[in-house]
Design a protein around this ligand. Sequence first.
Ligand code: AMP
Length: 230
Amino acid sequence: MIIVLLGPPGAGKGTQASLLSRRLGLPHLATGDLLREAIAQGTPLGEEVRPYVESGRLVPDPLMVALVRERLMTPAGSGGAILDGFPRTRDQAVALDQVLAAQGRQVEAAVYLEVPASVLLQRLSARWVCPHCRATYNTVSAAPRLAGVCDRCGASLIQRADDRPEVVQRRLEVYRQETAPLIAYYQTAGRLRSVDGTGPVTVVLERVLAALGRTPVSGQVHGDRYQVSG
Ligand code: AMP
Protein backbone atom coordinates (compact mmCIF):
# COMPACT_ATOMS: atom_id res chain seq x y z
CA MET A 1 0.00 0.00 0.00
CA ILE A 2 1.41 3.39 -1.01
CA ILE A 3 0.11 6.42 0.91
CA VAL A 4 1.20 9.96 0.03
CA LEU A 5 1.10 12.72 2.65
CA LEU A 6 0.46 16.15 1.17
CA GLY A 7 0.54 19.55 2.83
CA PRO A 8 2.63 22.68 3.30
CA PRO A 9 5.82 22.81 5.40
CA GLY A 10 4.72 22.60 9.03
CA ALA A 11 1.45 20.76 8.28
CA GLY A 12 2.57 17.73 10.28
CA LYS A 13 3.48 15.33 7.48
CA GLY A 14 6.60 14.04 9.24
CA THR A 15 4.84 13.40 12.54
CA GLN A 16 1.78 11.78 11.01
CA ALA A 17 3.88 9.71 8.60
CA SER A 18 5.93 8.39 11.49
CA LEU A 19 2.83 7.47 13.52
CA LEU A 20 1.09 5.94 10.51
CA SER A 21 4.19 3.96 9.66
CA ARG A 22 4.16 2.35 13.09
CA ARG A 23 0.42 1.82 13.04
CA LEU A 24 0.22 0.31 9.56
CA GLY A 25 3.59 -1.44 9.61
CA LEU A 26 4.80 0.35 6.48
CA PRO A 27 8.18 2.04 6.02
CA HIS A 28 8.26 5.84 6.36
CA LEU A 29 9.98 7.32 3.31
CA ALA A 30 10.81 10.98 4.04
CA THR A 31 12.74 12.56 1.17
CA GLY A 32 13.74 15.59 3.28
CA ASP A 33 15.28 13.26 5.89
CA LEU A 34 17.15 11.30 3.20
CA LEU A 35 18.59 14.53 1.79
CA ARG A 36 19.55 15.91 5.23
CA GLU A 37 21.28 12.62 6.08
CA ALA A 38 23.26 12.75 2.82
CA ILE A 39 24.25 16.37 3.59
CA ALA A 40 25.30 15.51 7.15
CA GLN A 41 27.41 12.61 5.89
CA GLY A 42 29.01 14.73 3.15
CA THR A 43 28.23 12.21 0.39
CA PRO A 44 28.35 13.32 -3.29
CA LEU A 45 24.53 13.39 -3.27
CA GLY A 46 24.63 15.53 -0.13
CA GLU A 47 27.02 18.04 -1.70
CA GLU A 48 24.86 18.24 -4.81
CA VAL A 49 21.61 18.90 -2.96
CA ARG A 50 22.90 21.07 -0.11
CA PRO A 51 22.41 24.45 -1.85
CA TYR A 52 18.80 23.59 -2.71
CA VAL A 53 17.82 22.25 0.70
CA GLU A 54 19.47 25.00 2.72
CA SER A 55 17.89 27.77 0.65
CA GLY A 56 14.42 26.18 0.59
CA ARG A 57 14.36 25.45 -3.16
CA LEU A 58 13.32 22.14 -4.70
CA VAL A 59 15.94 19.58 -5.69
CA PRO A 60 15.57 18.82 -9.44
CA ASP A 61 12.89 16.27 -10.33
CA PRO A 62 15.11 13.65 -12.07
CA LEU A 63 17.31 13.32 -9.00
CA MET A 64 14.34 13.00 -6.65
CA VAL A 65 12.52 10.50 -8.86
CA ALA A 66 15.65 8.31 -9.08
CA LEU A 67 16.06 8.44 -5.30
CA VAL A 68 12.47 7.39 -4.60
CA ARG A 69 12.36 4.78 -7.38
CA GLU A 70 15.43 3.10 -5.87
CA ARG A 71 13.80 3.00 -2.42
CA LEU A 72 10.51 1.63 -3.72
CA MET A 73 12.42 -1.20 -5.45
CA THR A 74 14.04 -2.44 -2.23
CA PRO A 75 12.42 -5.43 -0.48
CA ALA A 76 11.26 -3.08 2.33
CA GLY A 77 9.68 -0.63 -0.13
CA SER A 78 8.08 -3.25 -2.33
CA GLY A 79 5.52 -4.00 0.42
CA GLY A 80 4.35 -0.38 0.42
CA ALA A 81 5.36 2.90 2.03
CA ILE A 82 4.21 6.14 3.58
CA LEU A 83 5.63 8.88 1.35
CA ASP A 84 6.40 12.11 3.21
CA GLY A 85 7.62 15.06 1.11
CA PHE A 86 7.30 13.28 -2.24
CA PRO A 87 5.86 13.97 -4.75
CA ARG A 88 6.27 17.74 -4.60
CA THR A 89 5.73 18.65 -8.26
CA ARG A 90 3.36 17.48 -10.96
CA ASP A 91 6.24 15.82 -12.82
CA GLN A 92 7.19 13.87 -9.69
CA ALA A 93 3.57 12.74 -9.24
CA VAL A 94 3.37 11.55 -12.85
CA ALA A 95 6.73 9.77 -12.53
CA LEU A 96 5.59 8.10 -9.30
CA ASP A 97 2.44 6.81 -11.00
CA GLN A 98 4.58 5.43 -13.85
CA VAL A 99 7.08 3.75 -11.53
CA LEU A 100 4.25 2.12 -9.56
CA ALA A 101 2.24 1.15 -12.64
CA ALA A 102 5.29 -0.68 -14.00
CA GLN A 103 5.13 -2.81 -10.85
CA GLY A 104 1.34 -3.25 -10.98
CA ARG A 105 0.87 -0.86 -8.06
CA GLN A 106 -0.65 2.57 -7.51
CA VAL A 107 -1.00 5.32 -4.91
CA GLU A 108 -3.83 4.18 -2.69
CA ALA A 109 -4.55 7.55 -1.10
CA ALA A 110 -3.10 11.05 -0.89
CA VAL A 111 -3.81 12.47 2.56
CA TYR A 112 -3.88 16.27 2.47
CA LEU A 113 -3.26 17.87 5.88
CA GLU A 114 -5.02 21.24 5.91
CA VAL A 115 -3.48 23.85 8.25
CA PRO A 116 -3.89 27.67 8.15
CA ALA A 117 -0.77 29.75 7.29
CA SER A 118 -0.63 31.45 10.71
CA VAL A 119 -0.38 28.07 12.44
CA LEU A 120 2.34 26.89 10.03
CA LEU A 121 4.60 29.85 10.83
CA GLN A 122 4.20 29.34 14.57
CA ARG A 123 4.97 25.64 14.29
CA LEU A 124 8.04 26.06 12.08
CA SER A 125 9.67 28.78 14.18
CA ALA A 126 9.27 26.76 17.40
CA ARG A 127 10.34 23.43 15.88
CA TRP A 128 13.29 21.48 17.29
CA VAL A 129 14.29 18.10 15.92
CA CYS A 130 16.39 15.18 17.07
CA PRO A 131 19.19 14.55 14.54
CA HIS A 132 19.51 10.99 15.81
CA CYS A 133 16.00 9.45 15.98
CA ARG A 134 14.11 12.27 14.14
CA ALA A 135 11.58 12.94 16.92
CA THR A 136 10.18 16.45 16.55
CA TYR A 137 9.28 18.90 19.30
CA ASN A 138 7.70 22.33 19.59
CA THR A 139 8.97 24.65 22.30
CA VAL A 140 5.50 26.18 22.68
CA SER A 141 3.12 23.23 22.55
CA ALA A 142 5.14 20.01 22.91
CA ALA A 143 8.42 20.79 24.61
CA PRO A 144 10.84 17.99 25.51
CA ARG A 145 10.89 17.04 29.21
CA LEU A 146 14.45 18.43 29.50
CA ALA A 147 15.11 21.55 27.38
CA GLY A 148 17.22 20.75 24.33
CA VAL A 149 17.33 16.99 24.95
CA CYS A 150 15.42 14.29 23.06
CA ASP A 151 12.91 12.40 25.25
CA ARG A 152 13.26 9.28 23.13
CA CYS A 153 17.01 8.84 22.77
CA GLY A 154 18.74 11.56 24.82
CA ALA A 155 20.51 13.25 21.87
CA SER A 156 20.87 17.06 21.75
CA LEU A 157 18.08 18.70 19.75
CA ILE A 158 18.81 21.06 16.84
CA GLN A 159 16.89 23.54 14.69
CA ARG A 160 16.75 22.83 10.97
CA ALA A 161 18.82 25.22 8.83
CA ASP A 162 15.78 25.76 6.59
CA ASP A 163 13.48 26.72 9.50
CA ARG A 164 15.05 30.23 9.51
CA PRO A 165 12.28 32.82 8.86
CA GLU A 166 13.53 33.95 5.43
CA VAL A 167 13.90 30.35 4.21
CA VAL A 168 10.51 29.39 5.63
CA GLN A 169 8.89 32.10 3.50
CA ARG A 170 10.51 30.70 0.38
CA ARG A 171 9.48 27.13 1.23
CA LEU A 172 5.87 28.25 1.67
CA GLU A 173 6.00 30.08 -1.68
CA VAL A 174 7.53 27.05 -3.43
CA TYR A 175 4.78 24.93 -1.89
CA ARG A 176 2.07 27.26 -3.21
CA GLN A 177 3.49 27.27 -6.72
CA GLU A 178 4.79 23.73 -7.17
CA THR A 179 3.11 21.39 -4.71
CA ALA A 180 -0.38 22.77 -4.01
CA PRO A 181 -1.48 21.83 -7.58
CA LEU A 182 -1.06 18.18 -6.56
CA ILE A 183 -4.23 18.52 -4.47
CA ALA A 184 -6.19 18.85 -7.72
CA TYR A 185 -4.09 16.10 -9.33
CA TYR A 186 -5.07 13.53 -6.69
CA GLN A 187 -8.62 14.86 -6.46
CA THR A 188 -9.09 14.23 -10.17
CA ALA A 189 -7.68 10.73 -9.71
CA GLY A 190 -10.26 10.13 -6.93
CA ARG A 191 -7.53 9.48 -4.37
CA LEU A 192 -7.53 12.68 -2.29
CA ARG A 193 -8.43 12.49 1.42
CA SER A 194 -8.53 15.96 3.01
CA VAL A 195 -7.98 16.05 6.76
CA ASP A 196 -8.04 18.93 9.26
CA GLY A 197 -4.40 19.07 10.41
CA THR A 198 -4.96 21.42 13.38
CA GLY A 199 -5.17 20.34 17.00
CA PRO A 200 -3.32 17.68 18.99
CA VAL A 201 -1.20 15.16 17.10
CA THR A 202 -3.29 12.25 18.38
CA VAL A 203 -6.54 13.82 17.22
CA VAL A 204 -5.10 14.46 13.75
CA LEU A 205 -3.94 10.84 13.61
CA GLU A 206 -7.46 9.65 14.38
CA ARG A 207 -8.79 11.81 11.54
CA VAL A 208 -6.15 10.44 9.16
CA LEU A 209 -6.95 6.84 10.08
CA ALA A 210 -10.66 7.52 9.62
CA ALA A 211 -9.99 9.10 6.21
CA LEU A 212 -8.08 5.95 5.24
CA GLY A 213 -10.97 3.78 6.41
CA ARG A 214 -9.05 2.46 9.42
CA THR A 215 -10.59 2.38 12.87
CA PRO A 216 -8.26 4.00 15.41
CA VAL A 217 -7.34 1.96 18.48
CA SER A 218 -7.83 4.74 21.03
CA GLY A 219 -5.48 3.44 23.75
CA GLN A 220 -2.57 3.36 21.29
CA VAL A 221 -3.35 6.67 19.64
CA HIS A 222 -3.28 8.57 22.91
CA GLY A 223 0.11 7.13 23.86
CA ASP A 224 1.94 9.16 21.22
CA ARG A 225 3.12 12.64 22.18
CA TYR A 226 5.38 13.85 19.41
CA GLN A 227 4.70 17.28 17.99
CA VAL A 228 3.42 18.00 14.53
CA SER A 229 6.20 18.88 12.08
CA GLY A 230 6.59 19.53 8.38
P1 AMP B 1 11.15 18.52 3.99
O1 AMP B 1 11.90 17.91 5.11
O2 AMP B 1 10.17 17.56 3.35
O3 AMP B 1 10.51 19.83 4.36
O4 AMP B 1 12.23 18.83 2.83
C1 AMP B 1 13.30 19.71 3.07
C2 AMP B 1 13.90 20.16 1.75
O5 AMP B 1 14.40 19.02 1.02
C3 AMP B 1 12.95 20.85 0.80
O6 AMP B 1 12.79 22.22 1.10
C4 AMP B 1 13.66 20.63 -0.54
O7 AMP B 1 14.79 21.48 -0.67
C5 AMP B 1 14.18 19.21 -0.39
N1 AMP B 1 13.20 18.20 -0.83
C6 AMP B 1 12.60 17.23 -0.06
N2 AMP B 1 11.76 16.49 -0.80
C7 AMP B 1 11.81 16.98 -2.06
C8 AMP B 1 11.16 16.64 -3.29
N3 AMP B 1 10.26 15.64 -3.35
N4 AMP B 1 11.48 17.37 -4.38
C9 AMP B 1 12.38 18.37 -4.34
N5 AMP B 1 13.02 18.75 -3.23
C10 AMP B 1 12.75 18.06 -2.08
